[in-house]
Design a binder for this molecule. Structure first.
Ligand SMILES: [Zn+2]
Ligand SMILES: [Zn+2]
Length: 252
C-alpha cells in the first residue's frame, strides 16, 4: 500500500496530496460515525434501529473478527453491543436431512439459509413455520459447503420464533406498545380520565371498555396479542454493556 502511494507521489505530487486529504477526511468521518453510533444506541432499542437489528448483509462473518461488533476485552473478543437478526421464514427444504429454513430479512433479501447445528440450549422446531419470524441474537454470517450463505445456529438459547410476520412485527414496533400504556388503544382516552384495563392475554394492550377491546381484537389485536410477548423479549436489550463487562442475553 505504502509503495503504491510513493509511486503515485512520484508520478503526480498533486494527486498524492489530494489522496492524503481524502484519507484524512475519511478518517474524520469514521470517527464521527462512531460517535453518532453510540448516541443512537442510547436513544432507541426498537426494530428500526439497524445497529441492534442489522439486516443480513450487515452482519459480521463468523470467520473474520469484526471490530464493528466486537472489542478486545482482556484479550478475549467480546461483543460491544447486543444485536439480533430477524427474518421471516418463507420456505422449508423438502428433504429434511437437518433442521433448516430459508428466511427473508428487513431489506427483502430472501436468499438466507438458516441451518441448525445444536450444541447448547433448547428450541422447539415445531415453531419453524412459514410466515413466522426467526430471531437470532449475536448472529453471524456463515459460508456453507454447498456455497449458500446464511446462519449456522449452534447456541439455541439465542434463537427464538415469534408467531407472526415481519410486517406485523414492524407494525407493533412502530406503534411502540411499551410507550403507549397511558391511554386506550382504540379511542385514545387517557388513564387520568377513565380507569384502563389490560388485555388478559398479553398483559400489555390497554382499553377503557369491553367495546374498545372487542373492536381492537377484530382490527388487529388477535394477531398482535400472540406476537407481543416475543416482541418484548426482542427489545429487552437496555444496554448493560460497559468497558469491562458484557452479559450475553439469552431468550430462555
Ligand atoms: Zn376506549
Ligand atoms: Zn393482548
Amino acid at each position: 500500500m505504502f509503495c503504491q502511494l510513493q509511486n503515485i507521489a512520484q508520478r503526480n505530487q498533486e494527486a498524492f496530496i489530494l489522496l492524503i486529504q481524502w484519507i484524512i477526511l475519511n478518517m474524520a468521518n469514521a470517527g464521527m460515525s462512531k460517535h453518532e453510533t453510540k448516541s443512537e444506541i442510547a436513544k432507541t432499542s426498537r426494530l428500526r434501529n439497524t445497529l441492534h437489528f442489522p439486516v443480513f448483509s450487515k452482519l459480521p462473518w463468523d470467520n473474520t473478527p469484526s471490530f464493528e461488533y466486537y472489542a478486545l476485552k482482556n484479550c478475549i473478543l467480546t461483543p460491544n453491543r447486543h444485536w439480533c437478526f430477524i427474518g421471516e421464514v418463507h420456505a422449508k427444504p423438502l428433504l429434511l436431512l437437518r433442521q433448516s429454513v430459508w428466511v427473508r430479512d428487513l431489506e427483502g433479501n430472501d436468499n438466507i439459509h438458516v441451518a441448525f447445528y445444536p450444541e447448547t440450549g433448547t428450541f422447539d422446531y415445531s415453531d419453524l413455520k412459514v410466515g413466522n419470524t426467526l430471531c437470532v441474537r449475536y448472529a453471524e454470517r456463515h459460508h456453507f459447503l454447498d456455497f449458500t450463505a446464511g446462519l449456522r445456529l449452534e447456541q439455541l438459547d439465542f434463537v427464538m420464533v415469534i408467531p407472526t410476520s415481519l410486517k406485523t412485527l414492524l407494525e407493533i414496533s412502530d406503534f411502540s406498545p411499551e410507550a403507549n400504556n397511558t391511554y386506550c388503544w382504540i379511542c385514545g382516552i387517557s388513564k387520568s380520565e377513565k380507569k384502563l384495563l389490560k388485555c388478559g392475554k398479553c398483559n400489555v394492550a390497554k382499553y377503557c371498555s369491553k367495546d374498545c377491546q372487542i373492536s381492537d381484537w377484530k382490527r388487529r389485536h388477535n394477531e398482535w396479542c400472540q406476537a407481543i410477548p416475543g416482541y418484548k423479549k426482542l427489545v429487552d436489550i437496555d444496554s448493560d454493556v460497559t468497558e469491562n463487562n458484557f452479559d450475553y442475553k439469552a431468550f430462555r
